[in-house]
Structures are given as C-alpha cells and as structure tokens.
Design a protein around this ligand. Structure first.
Ligand code: ADP
Ligand code: MG
Length: 260
C-alpha cells in the first residue's frame, strides 16, 4: 500500500536519503532504526507529505503522496512525534477532539454522526476518563503521550507514523505505549511505521525493520535478520552482545563495558 520507488532527498549539498526502494503492506508494523542523522525523520517527513522527494516517488494506495491535499492526507495518516503534542492549556477531552479536524466541513461540522461515542471509546481504552477535564500542560510526560495517542486515534487514520514516540518515557510508559499501539493495530488493522531508538522494543513489536545509515538502506527484514551482532557493529560502531529473549525468542541487544 505504501510504495517507495527510488526515493531520495537532498538538502542543498546534503544527501539526506538515497534511492530507497521498498513496499509496505497493509497492516504491517515496520520499525525504522539507525544512528542519529541517518535520515529516519527525513523519511517520515517524506512519507507524511511534509517534505517532497528530490528524486523518485512515494505512492500511497497507488497515488503519489504529492497529489493528496493536506486534509486528505490527514484523514489517511496520523503522525506522532517524540514530544507528542505541545503542552497547551486545554482540557484533555478537547485535545482529543482536535484529532477530528480533518473531518470538519467549512461550518465546523464533523462528517461522523457519533463523535462522542468515538471519544468515549478512546478514553476507555487509554484510561483517560479521570484526566478528561484536566489541562494538558499539567499532566506528566507519560500521560501527555497517552493523550497524544488518543488524539491520533480520534483522527481514525489507516496509517500511523511514529517518530521516536517513547524516547522521553520511563520503561512502564514505554511498554504501555507500545501495547496500546499493538492493540489498536490488532483491532483496526492499521499500518504502523515507527522510528525507534530502542532496538529491544523494536524487536519485540515490529514485524519488519528497515536499517538506515548515512541516508542509505543497509538492510531490511525481520528483527531476527536485522539485529545480528555484525550488522549492529557496523551500523552503530559498538560491540554488542545479541541474545534471544528468554520468553519470546526475539533478539535483544546488550552492551558490554569496554574497560574492566
Ligand atoms: P535522523 O532522524 O535519523 O536523526 P534526520 O532525518 O533528522 O536524521 O537527518 C538526516 C540528515 O539530513 C542530517 O544530516 C540532517 O542534518 C539533514 N537534514 C534534515 N533535515 C534538514 C533540513 N531541513 N535542512 C537541511 N538538512 C537537513
Ligand atoms: Mg530523527
């Protein structure tokens, strides 16, 4: 459903991405990994239509991303950044409602009959009822990220783009966030593309990983195929120990102290 054909991006003399070629199927969960500056966020910007490709093209459901209007794109895909949403002084319920923006007509009427029950359902799933009237800027980072997820759920997209969504969360909220996305995908068949710094979370949750380095694809495949000690060593320049997760068997990456 998402076809990336020879896509590249230049910023002046900087080549941020070079000739990427792959297809993401409907309902898959892809992780994008790679060192800082490898082009991960640039790729998310190209996929979401925020930036245009300098070469090649990106098609979504057979149509060039550049040919969709902003509103059409927002009805199809939602983007969630590292810091979620700006900590505005609006109650949580209103912040969720803002996710409906792409569906409002010029009179501000929603094309959906029953928005209230949609929002109720989201607040149930994300346990946001007790926070509904609290202003967003008074919540903790983990709570805010949950509200941000609620807002993109209200947007009812078919594609979810996440750019390092768990970076500022403690391990409990990291796990909670990933589980909520996993449940959402199970229930709706949504396609998820997530830039993740945490290789172990990526291995636990993603079907496929795309590994970038210096704007180039250095590999694409299952976590088992991608997270080998050799590949991690060459991509990140560390000396890793890769073990199988004792419960699920997926690869988990450990570092060792260098000077003992
Ligand atoms: P990552 O998200 O993997 O850390 P980015 O996609 O943010 O990497 O950046 C990839 C490269 O592109 C970097 O060298 C960065 O400096 C450059 N870059 C990204 N956005 C811009 C921009 N708007 N203008 C100029 N250079 C940019
Ligand atoms: Mg980035």
């Amino acid at each position: 459903m998402i076809e990336v054909k020879g896509a590249g991006k230049q910023f002046g003399s900087i080549s941020a991405l070079n000739r990427l070629d792959w297809t993401i199927g409907e309902g898959e969960w892809w992780g994008i990994i790679g060192p800082n500056g490898s082009g991960k966020s640039t790729l998310m910007h190209l996929l979401s239509g925020v930036e245009r490709v300098s070469s090649g093209m990106i098609n979504i459901r057979g149509r060039n991303v550049a040919d969709f209007s902003r509103k059409q794109l927002s009805r199809m895909m939602a983007v969630l950044q590292q810091e979620g949403i700006a900590p505005v002084h609006y109650p949580v319920r209103e912040v969720l409602e803002m996710g409906r923006y792409p569906y409002l007509d010029w009179l501000g009427r929603d094309s959906k009959e029953d928005v209230d029950s949609l929002l109720e359902g989201i607040m149930d799933k994300l346990e946001l009822h007790e926070l509904a009237e609290r202003p967003l800027d008074e919540l903790s980072g983990g709570q805010r990220q949950r509200v941000a997820l609620g807002q993109v759920m209200a947007q009812e997209p078919q594609i979810l783009l996440l750019d390092e969504p768990t970076t500022f969360l403690d391990i409990r909220y990291q796990q909670q966030f990933m589980e909520l996305v996993a449940n959402w995908r199970r229930e709706t068949g949504i396609t998820v593309i997530a830039v993740l710094h945490d290789l172990n979370l990526a291995a636990l949750y993603c079907d496929k990983l795309l590994v970038l380095r210096d704007g180039r694809e250095v590999g694409m495949g299952t976590p088992e195929e991608m997270l080998t000690a050799d590949r991690i060593r060459s991509v990140y320049e560390v000396e890793p120990v890769v073990v199988a997760h004792p419960a699920s068997g997926v690869p988990q990456v450990l570092l060792s102290r260098q000077n003992l």
